[in-house]
Each structure stands twice: as C-alpha cells, then as structure tokens.
Design a protein around this ligand. Structure first.
Ligand code: ZN
Length: 232
C-alpha cells in the first residue's frame, strides 16, 4: 500500500498547467496558423492569406470554442500572414488583433500603396506590441522578441516555461531562415536576430512555414545562424 501512496505523492508534485500548441498547416504559400491554448483561454498566431477560411475555421473549432479566442497575434507584415486577419476576426468575434509597432507601420505603408493593397482595408489593431512585452495566456507568459531581418516588423514569441519559440519567418526547420530580399528585409539584421535568439533555451520551434521542431530547437537555430552568416 505504501508504494501506491508514494506514486500519488509524485504525481501531485509534478502537476502544473502549460501551454498547448496546435498547428494548422498552411496550404500553398499560406502561413502556418497556430492555436495556443491554456485552460479555457486561447490565442491564434498568424492569419494566413484568407483563401482557405473553411479549412481554418474547422481546424480552430476542433481545438477551441471560437468565442474563447482572445487574441490574434501577427508575427510580421507579409500578406501570407496578414491577409486573413479580417476573416479570422469574423470567425473569432472576441479576438483582439495584436502586432508589433513596426509591423503595424509596415502594414499601414503597404495598405497605402494601391498596387499591393488589393482593395483591402488596414485591419484594426487593438494592442500594439514592443520588444520585451509580456502577453499572458493563463499561467504562461509569452515574451515578445523583436527579430527584424526577414522583414522590418518581424517578431517571435517565447514561452520560457515550455522553452517554446513561435518564430514567424525568422527561422525554419533544418537551418532554414526567412528570405531577406523583399521590401524591409536585411540580412545583417537577420543574422543579429538569430544570434539574439540563440541566447535562449529553446526546445520547440513553431515556424511560419514548414514543419515544427520538437525537442532540438537550439540545434536548428544554430544551423540557421551559420547558414545566414555564411552568405553575409
Ligand atoms: Zn514573411
């Protein structure tokens, strides 16, 4: 009997809440979309382009009540991550749109250009983020890390408790990193951003495109840094 008591004690000491991450893989050039869930509260990261709204709605509903989505957090201003913001805010009526200050400025500039706006309006931004901000999801604290390079307004989200990085297009799996030849891109800045991320302890990386990395985040990040440095 004492063995059973001991087992119960061990389990009670290791029980604590953590954030769960569910991926909605991007179709075509759409970005991946992530659902971050802890308890009853959920955030969505990135919005895709808007072409696959029924696929996206169906996948969100599989994991969370649509009314429980409190935030849509955007990693950067590119259209494959932002084009679906309006549709996502319709699907998730209580969600507030959050993005980095520099991402918002870059998106405003794009929307002002008739050639790239394609008739769309600048989405309402409810919370403007900056480097070092903390976004609370249940007991988890997501840190905003500004990572310019792939674009002017790129950022990552880091959860220290689970050693998880939501990386946007700054870093991908297997040493990949976001292109820097689009407007607002800068390879020198990207190398600096990758070096900044390497100071963190990272197990899991959830990138804006391609497969997720579970358990070897720092290894993949180091590969990306070396690859980017080699072409600087
Ligand atoms: Zn991008």
């Amino acid at each position: 009997m004492w063995e059973n008591d001991n087992i119960l004690l061990i389990y009670s000491n290791t029980s604590y809440a953590t954030m769960n991450v569910y991926e909605i893989p991007g179709i075509g050039i759409d970005s991946n979309i992530y659902i971050l869930l802890e308890g009853e509260q959920a955030f969505i990261v990135d919005a895709g382009m808007s072409a696959h709204q029924y696929y996206i709605k169906d996948n969100i509903q599989r994991h969370v009540d649509l009314d429980a989505v409190a935030c849509i957090i955007i990693t950067h201003e590119h259209f494959d991550h932002t084009g679906g913001i309006d549709i996502l805010t319709e699907i998730c009526p209580n969600a507030q749109v959050c993005m980095h200050r520099k991402c918002m400025y870059a998106l405003q500039r794009k929307m002002a250009g008739t050639s790239t706006a394609m008739g769309r309006q600048m989405p309402t931004v409810h919370r403007i983020l900056k480097d070092g901000d903390i976004i609370e999801l249940g007991s988890s604290q997501l840190e905003v890390i500004s990572t310019p390079g792939h674009s002017f307004g790129s950022m990552c989200l880091y959860d220290k408790k689970t050693e998880t990085l939501i990386s946007g297009d700054t870093v991908f799996s297997n040493g990949g990193f976001g292109r820097t030849d689009l407007e607002g891109g800068d390879l020198t800045d990207l190398v600096k951003s990758l070096k900044k991320l390497m100071k963190l302890k990272i197990k899991n990386i959830y990138p804006g495109h391609g497969p997720s990395i579970i358990g070897e985040g720092n290894h993949h990040l180091t590969l990306a840094y070396r690859n980017a440095l080699s072409i600087l």
